[in-house]
Design a protein around this ligand. Structure first.
Ligand SMILES: Cc1cc2nc3c(=O)[nH]c(=O)nc-3n(C[C@H](O)[C@H](O)[C@H](O)COP(=O)(O)O)c2cc1C
Length: 357
């Protein structure tokens, strides 16, 4: 029998990608989308002072304006990252700007920080609170406007405005679709931005920095040092790539960031590089090409504390979340691990790598 969620995913695949996204958002906002079963307590994770019922979150970019947080959480994500939110509304790049590459289970996007801006986001957060708040921890991802941005003022302003609604916030300096954003990925810039936040934001939620997969391996350790020394709590690894590893589709020549299956290998390499120099100081959130519970298990073994998905959610629909969680539990149990907590403590003691990864 075809399940309703599979049918919905099939229908959405037949619409243009942006139309499909809008239909999905409206369905989620209306409360018509389903409820997932409660999670097995073995999957619970305590990270950055938040309790996630499972480690599988929704990556940034799906709900840029924070419109459908409750509907998304009900699908069974362990946490949601909304955004990227910019201070002022902006249209983003002209359409077409979103391309599906189904044979490769990949997406290319050059959306370019389209969104309704911080005021509209804040209004959505007030509405969310009136309806009882988010049922899983909410992260808010922020970025700079294309025109007239002042990083040392705009990031603190966004953090002061939206911090009260977030359990963590992400400074997105790795979007490939707006000129100048990736130029912020230097140790000095990260240090200066975080110093401005310390000065201008008396209280703020834990902060993460989201990095690109397109830096060379020796570029990551100084960024890890700068983030850890300047008071960041986490790194999100990684954003989309401008490279096209093994992509044969004619759409490969479209300008934009590639996500999904072809990104997985690079996302794993970056996680391995960063975990090796991180020494447990920063929480690591891994994203890029995650499609199965086995993928999640592998990232957790490699040093991730949480993971996020986007492209596999687009291709498989909401049922991917429960499948990934079921497979993750199976992978854990087949390695004699009773809980994520046990996995993380065995990893910290160096007992995991030999038999699991
Ligand atoms: C259509 C689309 C829009 C995205 N928008 C954002 C965004 O606004 N901010 C951001 O930090 N990442 C954004 N991302 C990147 C995702 O958050 C994630 O890092 C990336 O897609 C890798 O995960 P995946 O392979 O599971 O898709 C976007 C990705 C896609 C496919």
């Amino acid at each position: 029998m075809v399940r309703a969620s599979e049918m919905a995913a099939w229908l959405l695949r037949r619409l243009g990608p942006e139309d499909a996204h809008e239909v999905a958002m409206r369905t989620l906002q209306s409360g018509l989308a389903g409820w997932a079963r409660p999670d097995d307590p073995a999957l619970a994770c305590d990270v950055m002072g938040m309790r996630c019922p499972n480690p599988v979150g929704l990556a940034a970019g799906f709900d840029k304006d924070g419109r459908a947080i409750r509907g998304l959480a009900r699908l069974g994500f362990g946490f949601i990252e909304a955004g990227t939110v910019t201070l002022h509304p902006q249209k983003g790049n002209p359409s077409p700007r979103l391309f599906r590459l189904p044979a490769e289970r990949a997406i290319i996007n050059r959306m370019g920080f389209n969104g309704r801006g911080a005021k509209a986001f804040e209004a959505n957060m007030h509405r969310l609170q009136r309806h009882g708040g988010s049922i899983v921890p909410l992260g808010i991802n922020i970025g700079l406007n294309k025109e007239g941005a002042h990083p040392l003022q705009d990031y603190p302003t966004l953090i002061n405005a939206l911090g009260p609604f977030a359990r963590y916030m992400v400074i997105n300096i790795s979007c490939p679709n707006q000129q100048g954003v990736r130029a912020q990925q230097g140790a000095d810039t990260i240090g200066a931005v975080l110093a401005a936040v310390r000065q201008q934001c008396p209280v703020h939620p834990p902060l993460a920095i989201k990095l690109s997969p397109d830096l060379s391996s020796q570029d990551y350790p100084p960024l890890v040092e700068a983030a850890a020394r300047s008071g960041a709590s986490a790194l999100v690894l990684t954003n989309t790539t401008t490279t096209r590893p093994g992509v044969g589709s004619p759409l490969a020549s479209e300008v934009g960031g590639l996500s999904g299956r072809p990104l997985a290998q690079r996302a794993r390499e970056v996680l391995r590089t960063v975990a090796a120099c991180n020494e447990g100081r920063l929480v690591l959130i891994s994203t890029g090409g995650i499609e199965s519970g086995r993928d999640v298990f592998e990232r957790l073994c490699m040093g991730a504390d949480l993971v996020q998905i986007y492209s596999s959610f687009i291709y498989d629909g909401p049922s991917v979340i429960s499948r990934i969680k079921r497979e993750l539990l199976e992978a854990m149990r087949s390695h004699g691990l009773e809980s994520i907590r046990q996995l993380r403590s065995e990893r910290a003691e160096g007992r995991l790598r030999a038999h699991a990864c």
